[in-house]
Design a protein around this ligand. Structure first.
Ligand code: NDP
Ligand code: OXD
Length: 314
C-alpha cells in the first residue's frame, strides 16, 4: 500500500510529510530518492512529474494530480493506462474565485489608474460605472469557471460562459462549442480564461480572438484575464494587442515559460498585471486529505471521482 510522489517545482518533502501524517501506516516514497522502489507503488501522486516516472510501477492503480490541471501529466506518452484523477476541492476553487474576482474588480474599478495617480500624488476623480453595465465572459465553465461566474454574477456583473457542452446555470448565459464562440466574444468586455490546456485550447488567446471581443467605451478596449495555462496565450499577440489598442489591459497568472524570464517584456508593460502562477495554490493540507479520502473510498470498493477523460485531455 504505497504512494509514489513525483513532484517538481514544490517541496516534495513537505508533501510527503503531510501524506505520512494523515496515514502513518502507508509507505510514502519519493521518486528518484535513494532506496525508493517504484515497483511497490500502488498510487502515483504527481505535479509536473518527470517523464516516464510511472513506467516501473506495474502495480499502479491510479495517478492523482496535485492540481486541477493535468496537462503536465498527460503529455507523458509513456503514462500507464490507469485512471488519472484531478483535484476538485473547495479550498482550491475558493482561491481561484478570489483571484478572478480580484482581477475583474481591479479593472472594473480602474485601480491601476488610481495606483499610477497615487505615485504622482494626484487626486484623480474618475467616473465609475456599475457592475451591472459590465459584461464578463468566462472561457471554461467547469469546477473553477462556474464558481467564479456565480460569484461575479452575485456582484452584479452580466456573466456568460463558454464550454464544450451547453450549461444551465441560473443567471449565467451559456455559449458552447466552436459555433458559440464568436457570439460569446462579441458580448464580452472582460474575458476570463479558465480552460484546461488541451490540443483544442492551445493558443486560443490570440490576436484574432481579441479582435472579436466587445469594444464598449468603459475600458477603452477589452480586458483579458488568464489563469488557465500559459499555453493558452500567444504572448507576442498579447503585447501587439496592448500596443495597438485592441486590448486595454491583461491580468496573467500563467506563462509559456515559468518562472517568467526576467527579460520577458510582459514584466514591464504598463498594461500587464502579473502574478507568479499563484492564482490558486494547491494547499497541502486540504489536497492531501482529499487524495487520502479518495484512496480510502476506492479501497472500500467505491469508484474514483474526477477521473480525467484522457481523450479529451481534461
Ligand atoms: P474543468 O475540467 O472542471 O473545466 C474545464 C471547462 O473547460 C469545462 O467547462 C469544459 O467544458 C471547458 N472546455 C474544455 N475544453 C474546451 C473546448 N475545447 N471548448 C470549450 N470549452 C472547453 O477544469 P477546472 O475548472 O477544474 O480547471 C480549469 C483549469 O484551470 C485547469 O485545467 C488548469 O489549467 C487551470 N488552473 C490554474 C490554476 C492557477 O493557479 N493558475 C489553479 C487551478 C487550475 P465542458 O464543461 O463542456 O466539459
Ligand atoms: C492547478 C494549478 O492546475 O495550480 O491546480 O495550476
Amino acid at each position: 500500500m504505497s504512494l509514489l510522489l513525483s513532484i517538481s517545482g514544490w517541496s516534495v518533502a513537505d508533501w510527503a510529510e503531510r501524506f505520512r501524517a494523515l496515514d502513518p501506516g502507508r509507505t510514502i516514497q519519493i521518486a528518484g530518492e535513494p532506496g525508493t522502489d517504484p515497483a511497490l507503488a500502488e498510487y502515483g501522486v504527481a505535479w509536473k512529474p518527470a517523464a516516464g516516472i510511472f513506467t516501473s510501477s506495474p502495480n499502479l492503480k491510479a495517478i492523482f494530480s496535485l492540481g486541477a490541471g493535468v496537462d503536465a501529466i498527460l503529455k507523458d506518452s509513456t503514462l500507464p493506462d490507469v485512471p488519472v484523477v484531478r483535484i476538485i476541492d473547495a479550498d482550491l476553487t475558493m482561491r481561484m474565485t478570489e483571484w478572478v474576482t480580484l482581477q475583474v474588480l481591479l479593472h472594473h474599478r480602474q485601480q491601476r489608474r488610481l495606483d499610477a495617480a497615487q505615485q504622482r500624488r494626484e487626486w484623480l476623480s474618475l467616473s465609475q460605472w456599475a457592475a451591472s453595465e459590465v459584461r464578463v465572459g468566462i472561457l471554461g465553465l467547469g469546477a473553477l469557471g462556474r464558481d467564479s461566474a456565480e460569484v461575479l454574477s452575485r456582484l452584479g456583473f452580466q456573466v456568460a460562459g463558454w464550454s464544450r457542452s451547453p450549461k444551465s446555470i441560473p443567471g449565467i448565459e451559456s455559449f458552447s462549442g466552436a459555433d458559440g464562440l464568436r457570439a460569446f466574444l462579441a458580448r464580452t468586455e472582460i474575458l476570463v480564461c479558465l480552460l484546461p490546456l488541451t490540443p483544442d485550447t492551445t493558443g486560443i488567446l490570440n490576436y484574432d480572438l481579441f479582435t472579436g471581443l466587445a469594444r464598449g467605451d468603459r475600458f477603452g478596449a477589452p480586458v483579458v484575464i488568464n489563469a488557465g495555462r500559459g499555453g493558452h496565450q500567444v504572448e507576442a499577440d498579447i503585447l501587439k494587442a496592448l500596443d495597438d489598442g485592441t486590448l486595454s489591459a491583461v491580468s496573467l497568472d500563467v506563462f509559456g515559460t515559468e518562472p517568467l524570464p526576467v527579460e520577458n517584456p510582459l514584466w514591464g508593460h504598463p498594461g500587464v498585471t502579473l502574478s507568479p502562477h499563484s492564482a490558486a495554490d494547491s494547499e497541502p493540507e486540504p489536497m492531501c486529505r482529499n487524495i487520502m479520502g479518495q484512496i480510502a473510498a476506492f479501497e472500500r470498493g467505491e469508484p474514483l471521482r474526477n477521473v480525467v477523460d484522457r481523450n479529451a485531455g481534461y
